[in-house]
Structures are given as structure tokens and as C-alpha cells.
Design a protein around this ligand. Structure first.
Ligand code: SAM
Length: 234
């Protein structure tokens, strides 16, 4: 059985897809998808020897060697152009996910959908998507074992914003998540605001400097941006 986190990622893989799971570790996600006949082929990519070996063992034990190709390599280097129509990258930081997409950008031209699950810094991914003409088509925020995760689903296309303030909010909070504003979303951002306020108090007590002043202004702007979304009743 998959974790709730990976089950949420799995939900968005296109029916019958050929997909690559980058940073697959035990290849649980590809095994689940192929075992349930929800996908037709998968690549499990791993850059580290230990997890690569775990993926090989798992796929062999499940009898899925003809349907899942386990490959060792960095990011999208393990994928040939045109080989897959979906890519999943889960369980890493957003900046790492964005750098994997950036380095493998050439492989994405024939990909229909990306399903990305950053543990932190979803912002870096949304900025990358915007700059590379991918648009979000769905998002989810879930909680499992006391941790909060976001799942971002993107397809090729341009993101559009109402204005600059809307763009800042959308990139930080997520267009779908900030519209839905469910309990987990409110919990996450209420705690972020508390955290930023703690930092702000420390900065206010520290000696004044240009850097300090700039940091304070950035934090104040972020706090008011997020507060506005949380308090908005519409
Ligand atoms: N995707 C699985 C999940 O969500 O449960 C495993 C997540 S695990 C915390 C992250 C995995 O990504 C590790 O096994 C790590 O070796 C792998 N990884 C990190 N950077 C990578 C890269 N550039 N290319 C391929 N795999 C990478």
C-alpha cells in the first residue's frame, strides 16, 4: 500500500501513461502504478547507488521487470527524448526539483504532464514553471504523520495572473490552494506567519543595517500578502 502522499501523486498520473519517476528510491510508485494496470510503462530513475539497488530489487521481486526500467543517473538524464508522457518527482525540496527540471529541460518538449511533490519551497517550482511556459492545472495540500505536503500538477502552457500582487501570492501559495483555502492550507500558512513574526522580532532587536532593513521589509511584505489571502472572505 502506498503512503497517502504518494497516492496523491499517483492520482494525477495520466491513465495508461508511460512515465518516469525521478528519485524513485524503492520504486514504490512505479510498482504500484504498473501492478494496478494504471500505467503502461515506467522508468525508475535514481542517482544514488543504495536506492538504485533497492529499486532494482523491488521491481524484480514484484515481477515487473518487463514493465519498469530501473536506471541509474542524475535527474532526467535517464530519460530519452519522447520516451515518456508524464514525469513524477516526489519527496525532495522544491529547489532540487526545479534544478532537475532545468537541467533536463530538453527532454520535456514531448511530456504532457508533470506531477511534482516538494517537501518544502513549492515556490521555486512555480517560478520555474512560469519561466518555462508550464501552467498549473491542479494542486493538493495534504497532511500525513504530522507533515504537510503539496502536490503540483502542471501541463504545457502559460500561467496568467490578474496583477503583480496576485502573481506574488499565486507563486508563493499556489493558485488552486489559495482559492480552496482548506484547513491544512490555513494551518501551514498560519504557522509560517508565526515563524516570520518571530524572525521579525529578532531583526528588530538587532543593530540596524541596510541588509537588516531589507530583510525586515521583505518579511513584512510576505506577512501581509499571506494574511490578506487568509483573511479574505470571498
Ligand atoms: N520519490 C520517493 C518518494 O517520494 O517517496 C523517494 C523520495 S527520497 C526522499 C529522494 C530520492 O531522490 C533519494 O532516493 C535520492 O537518492 C534521489 N535523488 C536526489 N537527487 C536526485 C537526482 N538529481 N536524480 C535522481 N535521483 C535523485
Amino acid at each position: 500500500k502506498l503512503s497517502k502522499r504518494l497516492e496523491t501523486v499517483a492520482k494525477y498520473i495520466l491513465e495508461g501513461a508511460r512515465f518516469a519517476d525521478i528519485g524513485s528510491d524503492h520504486a514504490y510508485l512505479p510498482c504500484y502504478m504498473l501492478k494496478k494496470n494504471k500505467a503502461s510503462f515506467a522508468i525508475a530513475g535514481e542517482v544514488v547507488e543504495g536506492p538504485y539497488k533497492s529499486a532494482c530489487t523491488q521491481v524484480r521481486q514484484e515481477g515487473l521487470s518487463s514493465l519498469i526500467s530501473v536506471r541509474k543517473g542524475n535527474g532526467l538524464e535517464v530519460v530519452e527524448l519522447g520516451e515518456v508522457d508524464c514525469i513524477t518527482i516526489a519527496g525532495m525540496g522544491g529547489s532540487l526539483i526545479a534544478s532537475i527540471l532545468e537541467q533536463g529541460e530538453k527532454k520535456l518538449s514531448t511530456v504532457k504532464r508533470l506531477i511534482l511533490q516538494p517537501n518544502i519551497h513549492a515556490y521555486s517550482i512555480r517560478v520555474w514553471l512560469l519561466e518555462n511556459e508550464w501552467k498549473l492545472v491542479q494542486e493538493e495540500i495534504i497532511e500525513e504523520d504530522g507533515k504537510i505536503y503539496e502536490v503540483l500538477v502542471a501541463e504545457q502552457g502559460k500561467m496568467v495572473f490578474e496583477d503583480k500582487i496576485n502573481a506574488d501570492a499565486v507563486l508563493l501559495l499556489g493558485p488552486f490552494l489559495m482559492k480552496e483555502k482548506n484547513n491544512i492550507f490555513q494551518k501551514k500558512w498560519t504557522s509560517e506567519i508565526k515563524n516570520w513574526q518571530r524572525i521579525l522580532t529578532k531583526l528588530k532587536a538587532a543593530p540596524d543595517s541596510e541588509e537588516n532593513k531589507q530583510k525586515k521589509e521583505e518579511l513584512i511584505a510576505k506577512i501581509s500578502l499571506v494574511e490578506e489571502v487568509l483573511l479574505d472572505e470571498t
